[in-house]
Design a protein around this ligand. Structure first.
Ligand code: SF4
Length: 334
């Protein structure tokens, strides 16, 4: 097995909220002890409800946030403490595609300026070659060379996301954090952008961390999937097995809500409805993060955080799979 290109170990990203005259200081624990690995050329899908910390983790990986503790290693080097030129060099290799193609492009810049800007900042390629590189990148993402002088408002949402992808590719990155790159797009355009990302991966061998809440899209594109809940990674496994046989009660609930195109199979499926809202990540209690919504919660789930253990080739953080809990086969869903 190849060595991981990215290794996150026990990563915490916490934000302090200042206290007032009558309120004490509080801490938002957005990412709470996450560990994962991504191998070269693979796609790791990260799923979970809004507010679970998946985008915060993505931003920590591209150094937009500094982890409170834990390590993020890229090609064995811990990048959390990199500064100045070393951080700049790291950003050449690890880039991000942002969620909103309307907000992430400067409306006053032409397409050429938008895509060329990273090359100017990093002084990549001789100046006179940069324009040719912009044209090449436009063609890679399926846009025409004559789009080069236009402004972002002249394009549709899907085309803008393609411009964002071209800008991301400008520095020849090896790893891209795709932060919900399709959630702001029409359904008809989403598949086109996913296919484009897959084609680019095949051609250039780039690794992706693909963050999304659309589980069917994540299944389609990912080799491995991590399921996040309230700052914790509750299950990690190979994409196909995780979809066929989810182990964690939260993964089971999420997957039971994925629409099935076959009406007969959809009628036969056992739907798990997760009551209640995702709890607040402000000073969470030291218990299973899913305990307040879990249909299988036991007394001990409210007293301690379940450690992540290996079950059937997967990582699962749930007391049901610890010694004395029920066997995996007893808690399958149909
Ligand atoms: Fe549910 Fe308990 Fe497992 Fe948490 S540890 S997911 S509350 S059964």
């Amino acid at each position: 097995m190849t060595e991981p290109i990215l290794q996150v170990d026990n990563c915490h990203v916490w934000f302090d909220i200042k206290g007032g005259l009558f309120t004490k200081k509080q801490t938002v624990k957005a990412v709470n002890g996450v560990s994962l690995q991504v191998r070269a050329g693979e796609t790791f899908g990260l799923v979970g409800e809004s507010g679970c910390g998946k985008s915060t983790l993505g931003r920590a990986i591209v150094k937009l946030y500094r982890p409170t503790s834990g390590t993020i290693r890229y090609k064995r080097q811990d990048i959390t403490a990199l500064k100045g030129e070393q951080a700049q060099e790291y950003r050449k290799h690890v880039q991000m595609i942002f969620q909103d193609p309307y907000a992430s492009l400067d409306p006053r810049m032409t397409v050429s300026e938008i895509i060329r800007e990273p090359m100017d900042i990093h002084d990549l390629y001789p100046r006179r070659e940069r324009e040719a590189r912009v044209v090449e990148l436009l063609q890679t993402v399926g846009l025409k060379p004559d789009h080069i002088r236009r402004y972002p408002h002249e394009f549709s949402g899907g085309q803008r996301q393609r411009i964002g992808i071209a800008r991301t590719l400008a520095l020849d990155p090896e790893f891209i954090v795709c932060d919900e790159p399709i959630s702001a797009l029409d359904v008809s355009i989403q598949a086109q952008v996913i296919n484009l990302l897959e084609d680019i991966q095949k051609k250039l061998g780039i690794s992706y961390l693909f963050i999304a809440h659309d589980l069917s899209m994540v299944k389609h594109i990912s080799d491995h999937i991590g399921v996040m809940y309230l700052g914790h990674l509750v299950e990690i496994g190979p994409s196909r097995e995780l979809y066929r046989h989810p182990l964690h009660p939260y993964t089971q609930g999420l997957l039971s809500a994925v629409p099935i195109p076959d009406p007969k199979r959809a009628r036969e499926r056992h739907r798990i409805v997760l009551d209640g809202e995702i709890p607040t990540p402000i000073d969470p209690k030291p218990c299973c993060p899913f305990a307040t919504r879990c249909p299988k919660a036991m007394e001990k789930c409210f007293c301690a955080v379940p450690p992540s253990i290996q079950v059937d080739g997967r990582q699962v953080a749930c007391f049901l799979y610890q010694e004395g809990g029920r066997a995996a086969s007893e808690i399958n869903i149909k």
